[in-house]
Write a protein that binds this ligand. Structure first.
Ligand code: GAL
Length: 680
């Protein structure tokens, strides 16, 4: 199997993060000290110029590269590499004053004032032009600088604009999609509440004080915003790629960030990056749960390109924007950082290298504190992790080939989230449902891919589709074929209720042809009040159903769990259906975790899907793997705050010490061991 290093010219795990020398231009002593400390911290990378537009272009069309020239040269001289940003995320004041149309208009029609960052109108031709100019200037100057590792486009693209230019572009998007008004009216079901449009100009973006009842139109708006953002991002990518197509391009994502379909953005990137700021708690169970949620997110990042990605930002200690900004406990940064590498990250990077003296983020954690020296707990911990990362060159570019996939679709999640019904008020819990099916896999150290409906399903022995609500006929047919060909599919409550445009399927749920695949009919949905529950019985096991109980009928499926309470007691709560050469399971209720654990345990046993670790894992311990086809690398990690253990039948060697490892392995609280052996 081929390795896929992000930049083959620097095949090392990156360790570094956001560095803002533009804030310290009058302190050459500090800039010198940064280079000394960078080496001491075992860092080899800096992400530079993310918010440096003003420093780089102090006046319209006048560029000053002095600080960046120095930073690029200094970092290179210190043995480091640079991920160089395009500075579009923070506009200089001169730009907003001279071209006010670059400021976005909010959903109440108010043009925002200059300030903070982002606040972007992705459609504005002037903004695009000014961004292209500064990007091209940077591209031209640094595209062949030996320090350059990758381009970092903007920062955490986000935001929506309702200005007249965006409104027109939205209508153009609808014209392109639907062709005729008749087709649009039919497709978005606008006869509802007399919403039929008779002129394209009558259509406005959905807003809280305007249209909100045509859910298909709300979906279109999300697709439109994704398209505008992706298009803007592509413009930025082209601006820098032009000067050296060999430098890979990325932008930093925010996990399952709801408003943008990241898979659309991913298509124009060379590699994926993510910013991850979990809330680690003191409570042990919670830390394990947090670790599971974070791992799922890492797997999404790796799966978007089935390739290594970068952990672009994390905090070495604390953030400043959680409600309670708790310190990461000693050892957590290392555990979390190596956990990202376990799930395919070829870096551990921080926001931020040095704390700023002023501004909104002065109390955000950093590798270098205001105190300024290497004599801090955080610095020592960062440096310790860096020393370990230096020993992981063998892992760079290696891949993961899981047999289990979780199907996650932004369009479907948007659609169910817009829907009124079931449980209103907060989000409908699609990611949480995915997390509850992920936990049993994490507990067993089983690698997981997070796939889209466009992915090839055939590499997976097991696909889990939690709350896959909006399903096109095409995806339905693809799932049908997957099961018929021998795959095992787990579907849950709310499966295939609408098509991809959020029109309900007629003829009984699940639609999209899946009623026959699962051998069930979902007739009614009972939403439980908070605190209320129902009992589900499966063999001798008893499980708790909360929130959502569907009253389903087995139409050929075998009933494997039944409701024990309420007027539907005795009815099926989970089913199993042999279909073609495969099997489709349906879970009709929201489970508190125990049933997912039991069901997936049975399925994994039956399919003989095992952890690459080849063994058993104690409480809070997980194991995830990467491979280059010749060797497998397993990251064995104890996320519990007490000592734990694992046991393996395979013969491993410790990648860092060379020590031979087999049988029982003791793991201290928060300990990670990286083991390797040849692939058989
Ligand atoms: C990120 C952002 C960084 C920094 C960080 C603080 O979302 O990209 O620039 O603000 O949060 O945690």
């Amino acid at each position: 199997m081929e390795k896929k290093p992000i930049n083959p010219n620097f095949p090392h795990i990156l360790h570094g993060g956001d560095y803002n020398p533009d804030q310290w231009q009058d302190r050459p002593d500090i800039l010198r000290e940064d280079m000394r400390l960078m080496k001491l911290a075992n860092c080899n990378e800096m992400s530079v110029a993310i918010f440096a537009w003003q420093a780089l272009e102090p006046e319209d069309g006048v560029f000053d590269f002095s600080f960046l020239d120095r930073a690029m040269d200094d970092i290179y001289a210190a043995g480091g590499r640079v991920i160089l940003a395009t500075p579009s995320a923070a506009k200089p004041a001169w730009l907003s004053k001279k071209y006010p149309e670059v400021l976005p208009v909010n959903e109440d029609g108010v043009r925002l004032s200059h300030g903070n960052r982002m606040k972007i109108c992705f459609t504005s031709p002037v903004f695009r032009q000014k961004v292209a100019e500064v990007d091209r200037a940077i591209g031209e100057r640094y595209a062949h600088h030996p320090a350059l590792y990758a381009w970092h486009l903007g920062n955490e693209y986000s935001g929506q604009c309702y200005c007249p230019v965006c409104r027109r572009a939205f209508r153009d998007y609808l014209k392109e999609k639907y062709g005729t008004l008749d087709n649009l009216n039919r497709s978005i079901w606008s006869a509802f509440w007399s919403h039929t449009f008779t002129d394209w100009d009558q259509i406005d973006p959905p807003t809280p004080n305007g249209e909100g009842s045509l859910h298909a139109l709300s979906l279109d708006w999300r697709h439109f915003c994704t398209r505008q953002t992706a298009d803007f991002m592509r413009m930025e990518a082209d601006s820098v790629r032009e000067f050296n197509p060999d430098i890979p391009v990325t932008t930093n994502f925010m996990g399952f960030y709801m408003p943008l379909d990241y898979r659309e953005l991913a298509k124009s990137l060379d590699f994926i990056s993510d910013d991850v700021y979990p809330t680690w708690r003191a409570d042990e169970e919670e830390d394990i749960k947090t670790a599971q949620c974070v791992s799922l997110r890492h797997d999404l990042m790796r799966s978007m390109k089935h390739a290594p990605w970068l952990l672009m930002e994390s905090t070495p200690s604390l953030v400043n924007w959680h409600k309670f900004n708790k310190l990461k406990r000693p050892g957590v940064n290392e555990l979390f950082g190596l956990g990202a590498v376990a799930h395919g990250a070829d870096s551990v990077q921080y926001f931020q290298w040095r704390k700023s003296r002023g501004g909104a983020e002065k109390f955000h954690g950093a590798v270098v504190d205001h105190e300024g020296s290497e004599n801090t707990r955080v610095f020592r911990e960062v440096s310790h992790l860096g020393a370990r990362l230096k020993k992981l060159d063998a892992v760079v570019g290696t891949l993961t080939r899981p047999k289990v996939a979780i199907l996650y679709d932004w369009n479907s999640n948007w659609a169910i989230d817009f829907s009124q019904g079931f449980r209103n008020g907060d989000n409908k819990g699609v990611v949480q449902a995915a997390e509850s099916y992920y936990a049993p896999l994490w507990n067993r150290g089983i690698d997981v891919e997070v796939i889209s409906v466009e992915d090839d399903f055939s590499p997976y022995a097991l696909i889990i589709a939690p709350m896959l609500y909006a399903v096109s006929a095409e995806t339905g047919a693809k799932l049908d074929k997957y099961v018929a060909d021998g795959g095992t599919l787990v579907g849950t409550y709310t499966l295939a209720m609408t098509d991809e445009n959020d029109l309900c399927y007629l003829g009984g749920f699940p639609g999209a042809g899946l009623r026959k695949v699962f051998g069930i009919w979902n007739e009614e949905i009972d939403t439980l009040y908070p605190g209320e529950s129902n009992l589900v019985v499966s063999g001798s096991g008893e499980y708790t159903a909360v929130d959502h109980c569907e009253i389903i009928h087995a139409e050929g499926a075998e009933v494997i769990a039944e409701y024990a309470g309420d007027f539907y007691a005795g009815g099926p709560a989970a089913t199993r259906h042999s279909y073609g050469k495969g099997t489709a399971y349906y879970v009709a209720f929201r489970d508190t975790g125990e049933y997912a654990e039991r069901l997936l345990g049975d399925i994994l046993d039956e399919l003989e899907i095992k952890s690459e670790f080849a063994g058993t894992l104690g409480h809070g311990v997980t194991a995830h793997s990467r491979t280059d086809g010749e060797n497998v690398y397993v990251f064995l990690q104890n996320f519990s705050q007490s000592d734990s253990a694992a046991s393996t039948t395979a013969l491993w060697s410790d990648l860092e010490t060379g020590e031979r490892v087999t049988g029982d392995i003791a793991l201290k609280a928060l300990e990670t061991r990286i083991l390797t052996r040849p692939v058989k």
